[in-house]
Design a protein around this ligand. Structure first.
Ligand SMILES: Nc1ncnc2c1ncn2[C@@H]1O[C@H](COP(=O)(O)OP(=O)(O)OP(=O)(O)O)[C@@H](O)[C@H]1O
Length: 300
């Protein structure tokens, strides 16, 4: 399959330090999430891929077009937030989106229809007729995100798209991103939120110290740090016995058969390592999540 995004030995130094160290990557489609701690180089990579910054070494291609030599062609295929720095504060949210849609070639009626759809999906319908100058920071951010989705580009770059959004707006944006991907748009997003990567991404890579330290599906990354463990927990969810890895059914059966009578009231839980565990193991730093995932539970 032809790569939509291809990195080959891509390097970048900033402020005397190596920020991106000879990165190689092929992305063929779907939603790709780049995870990494603060300062890992995520924004730098997105800036290079969206032609806002030049690499120092190596190359990057979008749909076969080199981001340095064919920057104009690359720009025709990509969407990115912040690209409409021209959002006019004096115009209303609706007027801005209609204007951008018209600039992108939509007819008047289609532009209005698209603006209204986006205003509704970003919960801006009620404030659509107020000037952007009166919007809060979160509302401006949502207008900017809506602007990046006026057309569905072949490749959409989203740099920490949900930072600063409330949970409802965040959920709406997740839906909007998934909808674009379902239409065939390749989404390259950065995030520090592990649950965001887990909810959305077909593939996740962890960037640290300028290098990709892990790359694959969420399940693959989790499998790098171990398998499910069976534990017995009490009513309060406290682990009272650790039975061992679920891969050894015989050993588990023997342990269950040997349980003391009073332990029969405990619950058997299968504890799967989470993406948090994988992130911690791979980067040495705890990841951030907005919500924690549940382990599967059955009664003992
Ligand atoms: N213009 C610049 N001059 C010097 N150093 C820079 C510049 N821009 C970024 N850096 C440094 O490069 C490194 C990577 O920054 P970058 O913004 O790409 O990281 P990030 O992974 O996006 O971080 P965050 O999650 O905090 O946004 C950081 O150490 C940062 O201080």
């Amino acid at each position: 399959m032809t790569a939509v995004i291809e990195l080959d030995g891509l390097g970048k130094r900033l402020g005397g330090q190596t920020v991106l160290d000879s990165l190689a990557l092929d992305i063929t489609g779907g939603i790709f999430a780049l995870l990494g701690p603060n300062g890992a180089g995520k924004t730098t990579l997105v800036s290079i891929l969206s032609t806002l910054m030049r690499p120092d070494s190596g190359s990057a291609r979008i749909l076969g077009h080199d981001v340095e030599r064919d920057a104009a062609r690359v720009r025709r295929h990509i969407g990115t937030t912040g690209q409409y720095a021209a959002i006019d504060e004096a115009l209303t949210g609706r007027e801005n989106l209609v204007m951008i849609a018209r600039l992108l070639g939509l007819g008047t009626l289609d532009a209005r229809r698209r603006a209204d759809e986006l205003l509704a999906s970003f919960d801006l319908a009620e404030t659509a007729n107020r000037p952007v100058a009166e919007y809060s920071g979160g509302m401006r951010r949502r207008v900017d995100l809506a602007a990046s989705l006026v057309l569905t580009p072949a490749v959409l770059f989203l740099d920490e798209p949900t930072t600063g959004l409330d949970p409802a707006s965040r959920a709406r944006l997740w839906d909007a991103i998934a909808a674009r991907a379902a239409e065939g748009c390749c989404v390259f997003m950065t995030t520090q939120m592990l649950d965001e990567a887990e909810a959305l991404a077909d593939r996740v890579a962890i960037l640290q110290g300028g290098r990709i330290v892990a790359d694959g599906t969420v399940d693959r990354l989790i499998s790098l740090v171990g398998t499910e463990t069976a534990v017995l927990v009490d009513e309060a969810g406290e682990v009272r016995r650790t039975l061992g890895a679920t891969g050894d059914a015989g050993a588990l059966a023997r342990q269950l058969a040997g349980l003391a009578e009073e332990d029969h009231r405990l619950h058997l839980e299968l504890r799967r390592p989470t993406l948090d565990d994988a992130f911690l193991a791979l980067t040495g730093q705890p990841g951030r999540t907005a919500a924690r995932r549940d382990s599967r539970e059955v009664a003992a």
